[in-house]
Structures are given as structure tokens and as C-alpha cells.
Design a binder for this molecule. Structure first.
Ligand code: PEP
Ligand code: MN
Length: 333
């Protein structure tokens, strides 16, 4: 981090500022120019309040020259992180296919879908039990009963389970769940993130509707700084002025995140587009862009789905998608 001091700052004021910075365990490199003095802050600047420093009378500007996230940063961890869930590996060249309904609706529904997606190559079953819905009048999910049914589907098929947590008070219900999802709406629920940092399970962290990639990585940092390094990042579309799709899929996020971080990055083309027809081409594109996996909504009867039917593929459509993705993978490796 560098701080540019205003023209006319006295040596006493400069010394005073340097002493303050040193009290934060930073080393300070001073460079006196003809017009301005520049202070180079060396050490862990992640705790420095940039706004506070920039608001000081004698400070002209403050700029970060390195990223504020450390544990998620590829600079300090050059090798890809590989997350293991049972026999499934995610990241470092291992591709994961998560699939299943938006919401668990009944035992028959989840088991039928689980068997179908497994037969088409999915290696993780998704399904929401606690659903964050825009309307309080919409179906809120089967909650604890939904978790039970997911575990039945796991017992029937052997597929590990990913499902969303909305409130830390329900954590006990997730004891046998393999991957805990933090949805877009909770990406900056810092208390939730910190608690999930204290457990050992992989966390699927979805990008918020209006969050930058740096904010996503800072949220990963909240989990990792508490000790849980098993974080999978997910690009699921962001809100833009475009209305033709539910969100706008930011595919460049895959490359940007891979550059900045060692964590696996998967893509959710279902929530990104909101339209079943657009899911297969965007799944292929995400695969070609180097994503470490996909998460796809699949329903045995999309027209009657209690949630997100319009973006849900039938099992047959998912089977096609899976073959298309396999061809893309062959072409790029
Ligand atoms: C989901 O995956 O079911 C979901 C609600 O997604 P998002 O948080 O990305 O909207
Ligand atoms: Mn959904």
C-alpha cells in the first residue's frame, strides 16, 4: 500500500504519521520527490483502514498495490487447491458436475432425479431444503425434512450432497451433508461465513448478485481466515441492465478468479440465465473457459417445479448437456 502526502507536509507531521503506521506493525519506506513524499507501507496491510488513512489532513491519496486477501491468494499458494468430497475431487484439473432440482419437493422427486443425473454423469447431487425466496409467500423449501430426503437420495445413489444453509442456527442439520452452499444472497453474511470457517466441510460460495470478484474473494477470506480452507467459488451471474436473461453470466470471472486465487471455480448457468434453453450453451462455454465444474438445475417435471422450473432441464436435456460438456473437455485438454 502506498500513501501520497500532500505538498507542504512538514517533517514533524510526516514523522507523526510514520510513528502511527509503525504502531500497526508496518515498516515504512519513505521516498521524497520534488513535489510530494510517498510512503510505502510494508507488511500486512490487510488491517489498515484505507478510508481512515486517506481522510487524514496530510494525505493526498492511498492506493493498494497488493490484494487484501491473503489465504485465497494465488501469490501465496501457487498450486491449485483440490477439494475432496468422498471419491470426488474438485479443482486442479478435476471437473465436477453437480446437478439436481432447485428444491427438494418429495422423496419420489429427489430420488428419481438423483438416479437420472447420476446415470448421466453427475457426481454430486444438488437440492435446496432451505430456500432464499424473493417473496415470503413463495415456497420456502422443505427445510429439515428436505435435508432428510437428500440424505435418503445419497443412501440410494451414493452421490454426495450439496445444499444451501441460510442461518447458522440450522448447522446441526447439515452434519451429514457433504458440501454446504452459501447462496448469492448470503455472500456477505459475514457472521455466517465466520461460523462456516470454524468447521471442516467444503463450502460452495456463490457470488452475490451485485458483488465484485474482489468482494467474493474477501468473503472466501472470511471463511479461510477462521481455518476452513475448503472453499469452492461459484459464478452464478450478476445483475446488469440486461433483461433478456435472469442475470448476466460473467464468464471472464473464471479466468480472473483463477489468476487471483488457487481455489476451484465452478459456474452455475441455470441461475445465470434463468432459461433452460440457454443452459447447455453456457455450460459448454463455461467448460471451454476453464471452469472446474458446473452446477445445473434438473427437474423430472419442470412445468410443475415449485421453484425455478423455467431454468430447469429435464433429465434427457441434462444427459445431452453432459455429453456436450464431455466433448468440450476433450477438445480443451
Ligand atoms: C440455488 O442454487 O438454489 C440458489 C438459490 O442460487 P443463488 O444463491 O445463486 O441464487
Ligand atoms: Mn434455483
Amino acid at each position: 500500500m502506498i500513501a501520497v502526502l500532500k505538498h507542504g507536509t512538514t517533517p514533524e507531521q510526516t514523522d507523526h504519521l510514520i510513528a502511527w503506521l509503525k504502531r500497526m506493525n508496518l515498516d515504512v519506506h519513505i521516498s521524497h520527490g520534488a513535489e510530494v513524499t510517498i510512503l510505502g507501507l510494508i507488511g500486512d496491510t490487510s488491517r489498515v483502514d484505507m478510508e481512515l488513512l486517506g481522510s487524514l489532513e496530510i494525505v493526498e491519496a492511498v492506493k493498494r498495490v497488493s490484494e487484501p486477501f491473503k489465504q485465497a491468494n494465488r501469490k501465496f499458494h501457487p498450486d491449485d487447491t483440490v477439494i475432496e468430497v468422498g471419491d470426488v475431487k474438485i479443482g486442479g484439473g478435476n471437473f465436477v458436475m453437480m446437478a439436481g432440482p432447485c428444491s427438494v419437493e418429495s422423496e419420489e422427486q429427489i430420488i428419481e432425479i438423483a438416479k437420472a443425473v447420476k446415470a448421466s454423469g453427475a457426481n454430486i447431487l444438488r437440492g435446496g431444503a432451505f430456500k432464499p425466496r424473493t417473496s415470503p409467500y413463495a415456497f420456502q423449501g422443505m427445510q429439515g425434512k428436505g435435508i432428510e430426503l437428500l440424505l435418503k437420495a445419497k443412501a440410494e445413489t451414493g452421490l454426495p450432497i450439496v445444499t444451501e444453509i441460510m442461518n447458522i442456527s440450522t448447522l446441526d442439520l447439515f452434519a451429514d451433508i457433504d458440501i454446504i452452499q452459501v447462496g448469492a444472497r448470503n455472500m456477505q453474511n459475514f457472521d455466517l461465513l465466520k461460523e462456516l470457517g470454524k468447521i471442516n466441510k467444503p463450502i460452495l460460495l456463490k457470488r452475490g448478485l451485485a458483488n465484485t470478484l474482489q468482494e467474493l474473494l474477501m468473503s472466501a477470506e472470511y471463511i479461510m481466515s477462521e481455518g476452513n480452507e475448503n472453499v469452492i467459488l461459484c459464478e452464478r451471474g450478476i445483475r446488469t441492465f440486461e433483461t433478456a436473461t435472469r442475470n448476466t453470466l460473467d464468464l471472464s470471472a473464471v479466468s480472473v478468479l483463477h489468476d487471483l486465487s488457487h481455489l476451484p471455480v465452478i459456474v452455475d448457468p441455470s441461475h445465470a440465465t434463468g432459461k433452460a434453453k440457454l443452459v447447455p450453451p453456457m455450460a459448454a462455454a463455461a467448460t471451454a473457459a476453464g471452469a472446474d465444474g458446473l452446477i445445473i438445475e434438473v427437474h423430472n417435471n419442470p412445468a410443475c417445479a415449485l421453484c425455478d422450473g423455467a431454468q430447469s432441464l429435464t433429465p434427457a436435456q441434462f444427459d445431452e448437456l453432459s455429453k456436450r460438456v464431455a466433448k468440450v473437455r476433450e477438445a480443451i485438454v
